[in-house]
Write a protein that binds this ligand. Sequence first.
Ligand code: DLZ
Length: 163
Amino acid sequence: MATAMHNLSDYDASTIPSAEGMRFGIVVADWNDKYTYAMAQAAVDTLQKHGAKASNIQLKHVPGSFELIYGVANMMKTHSVDAIIAIGCVIRGDTPHFDYICQGTTQGLADLNCHGEIPVIYGLLTCETAQQAEERCGGRLGNKGTECAVTAIKMVDYGNEPS
Ligand code: DLZ
């Protein structure tokens, strides 16, 4: 939870498994790119910090958050990555559009996660204001992209554990 008590970039690096050999996909929405690109960059930096090779990180763009569902599904089909991070930022406007995009995108990504083939990491910021986005994309509450990258590494490691 991103509260004043929790910074999205804070984690105990000593507990994170090595990401060497792991393959990651990042699907990033171009809508609100000031925020989504900052999250994507933080995700890439964090994956590399933990040993992922640049050549093992695929970055793909989609127009808006709603297209993250297709983008992730499409990347899944390639079987070329071990986890996919979906990054988007929805900011409430004057109409109920915000609610539909947030609900539809969240449900779509959750459905893809249910396939159980590879983990889908939820990097969708759902903000009332631009300030809330600012705070979570390298501002006072850290960077959601860092949190997503750490989660992705943990989930690939989870999948690699003997059952
Ligand atoms: C149309 C729209 C609006 C109003 N707001 C956002 C937003 O805040 N964040 C975002 O990622 N995308 C937004 N979009 C675009 C939709 O996600 C989608 O790209 C279009 O509805 C076309 O399917």
